[in-house]
Design a protein around this ligand. Sequence first.
Ligand code: DX5
Ligand code: ZN
Length: 219
Amino acid sequence: MKIAPSVLACDFSRLGEESLAMEAAGADLLHLDVMDGHFVPNISFGAPVIKSLRPRLSIPFDVHLMISEPLRYAKDFLQAGADYITFHLEADSPIDQTIEFIRQGGAKPGLVLKPVTPAEAVFPYLDQIDMVLVMTVEPGFGGQSFMEHMMSKVAVIRQEIDNRGLSVLLQVDGGIDDTTGPIAAKAGANVFVAGSSLFRQPDYAAAVHTLRESCAGAV
Ligand code: DX5
Ligand code: ZN
């Protein structure tokens, strides 16, 4: 069970310190939400911010691209030091080519499904990627409520991953806390993005530990 704090929920004026604090707290990945104001109705930050953070941390960077043209900007995120680059199936770039570009650039490619997108949409690419991200809110904003009905999608993808004998990570993102994380774990998720539920707590180490233990305890 991997915990990936989303810095979208942190105090951006202290981005470096907050990220380091989550690393020290035992986070497995740092989740970085990139929004272009076009694919989603919000703008967050881009590759230069990620690049400036990279030398300060040693945990893997999990870059979630909520942008319309992932292929056009993938090079910038590779050069910024992303370890995982996930992009949306619903975006405008050719999917096979974008996966290949990320792989050739030395990062691990992943695909993201919006709530409206069915599980089967990712099946043709499952053998080529390292992670599937099932959105459990509409992408664009932190602090929204977990969509429990996405759990059937998680379960269908989990079954397909296992049937094919793959080790693809299965991530959930949106509204994850100590109550909803275990529900997603039971459905088959093994990477948990959490923004507001972690950053609002005073003790990050305790928060990361409790979330990981509650998810692990559910399976
Ligand atoms: C939403 C982002 C999420 C967001 C999660 O578009 O992809 O990563 O930061 O925030 P919480 O955990 O607050 O729902
Ligand atoms: Zn995200």
